[in-house]
Write a new protein. Sequence first.
Length: 308
Amino acid sequence: FVSSQVEILHWETKKQLCFLDKVEPNATIREIRLMFHKLYPRWYPARQSIKLDPKGKSLRDEEILQHLPVGTTATLYFKDLGPQIGWTTVFLIEYTGPLFIYFLFYFRMTFVYGLDERFTSSPHPVVNLACICHSFHYIKRLIETVFVHRFSRGTMPLRNIVKNCLYYWGFAAWLAYYINHPLYTPPSYGKKQINFAVIMFLLCEAGNFSIHVALSDLRRNGSKTRKIPYPTKNPFTWLFFFVSCPNYTYEVGTWISFTIMTQCVPVGLFTLLCFIQMTIWAKDKHCTYLREFKDYPSHRMPIIPFLL
């Protein structure tokens, strides 16, 4: 039955916040958010979570009112998501920090390691190489943030930025402290180990970038329609044949190669945490694909081909 009235209640107290009359049946949730925003200016659209059920999932912007399971008067529930911040800004803050924090240790600032002359330079070329690779990784991420990424959701809760920055900035400082420490010892197998790690690092970075470009191409012209990602002519995207989230596979590979290159325990621990977190994200995304697409390739795994 076509609905032309919308009642919006508070998700917790069930108190009526507003009653929208003469709403077009083909109105989208985004349009309803804008109507609600006019009545409550402090709750801008990105801050609103509109649901069919108080404990259910938020409705997507593109969902149409008449396609929802509602009666003559549609009852929707509002939840305040709190102050929001744009994803582009989030990534720029998260990735700029590690880039500059690493340099504080690489240049052996006196307040870090002391004033001793032997603390002002490193005898190991791998230390310079590690700085180049670490900087390259985060510069690539910044470039992708500005020119490549297309975000399905425009914002995230402002409170999360502190947690994310502590993670990225804190680990960058921890890694840099040990890699650039005057007592740092180079990898056990010397140049062979380092050269192997650098080649692996560059391949994984190229793969990660290729996947991000492929995913971005699925959302050309600002489209928010979800599509199944498939391999392209670029060989780096062929990992899509085996996993749902090859960008995470390449990202983990990048940090494994950095661990091999530096042979540093803190880097290994950071890599392990990255793998755990990205496996969680990959599994969640894989389940979403399976739920949304009946023809989704059944042989794909979330992050590791044939295993996980």
